[in-house]
Write a protein that binds this ligand. Structure first.
Ligand code: DC
Length: 231
């Protein structure tokens, strides 16, 4: 957001967006990035890459040692236009499969895996101008982020969104099953020992159950503006 105001340039900051599965964090982060001219880092995609590669290599998703070693050596890159590359192969679509969502939730409980990912994420967002979404961004990855959002939505409204998203792709799904899966993943993310999903003390909570994407984006933009950062 390069706004000139009374001779001052608005400084770039870092924005952390945390929240449960399917709460629309990535959609909001992408929109904000394009409106503000920031770079979006989808950290969930990185845990998905760990699960994807482990399944491909036949590594047991409860084998912490092997997962940790793999997480340190694999090459993950996120392009500015939102593509995800794993060892130089485009896996953007593959990592969205349900099997990988479940797998990512399993591998992300391990300290070795998390340490390897957090290190990469901190390196990626070393400077300012990043919008980083995940579960532990405001608490662990970027505790100094200038704006922290904790984005929530009821399990039912998240299941409705997922249901419609699937319909749009021509997939008919079982609503109750979707809702149960979302609740299970919430439980797992909030009750794991390592960096459980929780709101940072200085994060602002936004319940998006009854909000449109536009409404959430403008709310966050006004929060950023309220905390104007000038040179
Ligand atoms: O945001 P997502 O659904 O793509 O994330 C996939 C999984 O990765 C999810 O189960 C939680 C985990 N995750 C995490 O533990 N920490 C993050 N910073 C991001 C995601």
């Amino acid at each position: 957001m390069d706004i000139v105001s009374e001779g001052n340039y608005l400084m770039k900051i870092n924005i952390a967006i945390d929240g449960p599965s399917a709460s629309g964090k990535s959609t909001i982060a992408k929109r904000l990035a394009s409106e503000l001219g920031y770079i979006h880092i989808d950290t969930g995609a990185m845990y998905r890459c760990v699960a994807y590669q482990a399944i491909k290599q036949g590594i047991d998703l409860s084998d912490e040692k092997s997962l940790g070693e793999m997480a340190q050596t694999m090459d993950i890159s996120l392009s500015v236009d939102g593509r995800v590359f794993l060892n130089h192969q485009d896996v953007t679509e593959e990592i969205r499969q349900e099997e990988i969502s479940v797998g990512a939730s399993k591998v992300s409980i391990y300290a070795n895996v998390r340490t390897a990912m957090v290190k990469r994420q901190q390196k990626m967002a070393e400077t300012k101008g990043f919008i980083v979404d995940g579960r532990d961004i405001g608490t662990v990855v970027l505790p100094d982020a200038e704006v922290k959002i904790f984005q929530t939505a009821s399990a039912a409204s998240r299941a409705v969104r997922r249901y419609k998203e699937n319909l749009g792709k021509g997939i008919e799904s079982d609503f109750e099953l979707l809702k149960n899966e979302i609740e299970q993943r919430d439980y797992q993310d909030m009750h794991r020992k390592e960096s459980p999903l929780r709101k940072a003390e200085d994060a602002i909570e936004i319940d998006t159950s009854d909000m449109t994407v536009d409404q959430v984006v403008s709310k966050i933009i006004s929060l950023i503006a309220e905390r104007s950062y000038y040179d």
